[in-house]
Design a protein around this ligand. Structure first.
Ligand code: UDX
Length: 425
């Protein structure tokens, strides 16, 4: 098939590469000329393990091309994937400006029957909206179908997730489009959920919100465990072995971040509110998540004293999780902002993210030198097996605050550190 991917961000680029792997011819379209130039040269402008190799491979064989020519790209392809961003609007809802602009262009340039697929995370009713915008912008009534086909890949393991999804969701009312989508995904060995576009759109929000709910649940429970001196990891393990619960997304820490959970939970809350059925459970999820870094700062203050003004805190990790350079809604940056409000001196480190602020250092040694405490904010493997003995000699005070519960408490305590995790007793 000849596939057009509109929006060469995270989801668009990965999706395009997966379809190349499946033997399809893919064109990536973006309005951002700089992004297109970088991708054409085989440079992935974001960090995602394994993706650049595939990019180089498919550019070389001409299986994958990039363009900024919207009209030609729409006319030349059979299947069009909308993968543009849906940022958060001020009221928490998803801003559909980019999606609507794309739909308008498709309407203007549609030259024969095509299937238009929304892969961006879009609120319930967007497939219908895209249909109307395309129709409004057509000069002659050429038939087309709109399909909702949400993406569930995670940053940091995008390739693996996109190649081996747990399920594929296809939301359409058109038999023709359904047949084309089945053909497109025929080599994927996972269940395919075929449903109405509205249900498909809801599935994406419901999945992300449920995962966020699990995280907020374990985080709030961790605070209770903390007071009762219970290891929350044992609790996660003990409940996770119940297959009805499962062990995933039960790691207590500094709260969820990233480009999806914070935005998607809020968008679903907004959708529910508009319908007059508030999702109070998700409102609690957001509240717990916002409290988590504050709880952590309280723990720091309990050890270092309530006045952090003359304290130096080394923050290890800036990205919202390991294996990505994405810092959107990163708990680390939220914590740093709050510590700066307390007038603490902050030194930071990240193996991949290069922000320069505040006071970012290249090595962990430089970062922790003279620090009263070090805080692990991102679960990078690099932070698991450090030379703790050596680092301790560089620090002013030997305090470790492990926002990811990733260190061996006993081991670092034996070396003379004071260790605090999130109910990691
Ligand atoms: C998420 C969804 O998992 C994915 O299906 C969807 O397509 C996009 O949104 P992503 O944002 O890449 O993916 O990251 P994910 O691995 O889900 O983690 C989200 C946040 O939750 C991170 O900040 C992570 O550190 C945190 N998290 C995750 C926890 O705090 N505890 C956990 O147990 C799991």
């Amino acid at each position: 098939m000849k596939i057009l991917i509109i929006g060469t961000g995270y989801v668009g680029t990965t999706t395009g590469l997966i379809f190349c792997e499946m033997g399809h011819k893919v064109t990536g379209l973006d309005l951002d000329e700089q992004k297109i130039q970088a991708l054409r040269a085989g440079n992935l402008y974001f960090y995602e393990p394994g993706l650049e190799e595939l990019l180089t491979k498919h550019i070389q064989t001409n299986q994958l091309t990039f363009t900024i020519d919207t009209e030609k790209a729409i006319k030349d392809n059979d299947l069009i994937f909308i993968c543009v961003g849906t940022p958060q609007a001020p009221d928490g809802s998803a801003d559909l400006t980019f999606v609507k602009n794309v739909a308008k262009s498709i309407g203007q340039h549609l030259n024969e029957y095509k299937v238009i697929v929304t892969k961006s995370t879009v609120p319930v009713g967007t497939a219908k909206l895209v249909t109307s915008v395309i129709q409004e912008n057509q000069t002659s009534p050429i038939p087309f179908d709109v399909v909702s086909n949400p993406e569930f890949l995670r940053e940091g393991s995008a390739l693996e997730d996109a190649l081996h999804p747990d399920r594929i969701v296809i939301g359409t009312t058109s038999e023709t489009a359904r047949t084309i989508m089945r053909e497109l995904y025929k080599d994927f060995h996972c269940p395919i959920v075929e449903t109405h576009p509205k249900a498909s759109e809801m599935i994406k929000y419901a999945a992300n919100s449920f995962l966020a709910l699990k995280i907020s649940y374990i985080n709030e429970l961790a605070r209770v465990c903390d007071n009762l001196v219970i290891n929350v990891k044992d609790v996660s393990n003990g409940i996770g072995l119940d297959h009805r619960i499962n062990p995933h997304f039960l790691n207590a820490g500094m709260g969820y971040g990233g480009s999806c959970f914070p935005k998607d939970v809020k968008a679903l809350i907004q959708t529910a509110k508009e319908q007059g059925n508030p999702l109070s459970i998700l409102e609690a999820v957001v509240k717990v998540n916002a409290e988590q870094p504050i709880y952590f700062i309280e723990k720091i203050k309990q050890s270092l004293g309530s006045d952090l003004k003359n304290k130096t805190i080394a923050v290890l990790g800036l990205s919202f999780k390991a294996n990505t350079d994405d810092t959107r809604e990163s708990p680390s940056l939220i914590l740093i902002d709050k510590l700066l409000e307390e007038q603490a001196t902050i030194k930071t480190h990240d193996p991949i993210v290069k922000m320069g602020v505040p006071h970012q250092f290249l090595t962990i040694e430089e970062t922790v030198a003279g620090a009263d405490a070090l805080v692990i904010c991102t679960d990078w493997d690099d932070y698991k097996n450090l030379n703790w003995q050596g680092l301790k000699t560089l620090m002013k005070q030997p305090y470790i605050f492990d926002g990811r519960n990733m260190l061996d408490k006993e081991k670092v305590e034996k070396l003379g550190f004071y260790y605090f995790g999130m109910a990691n007793h």
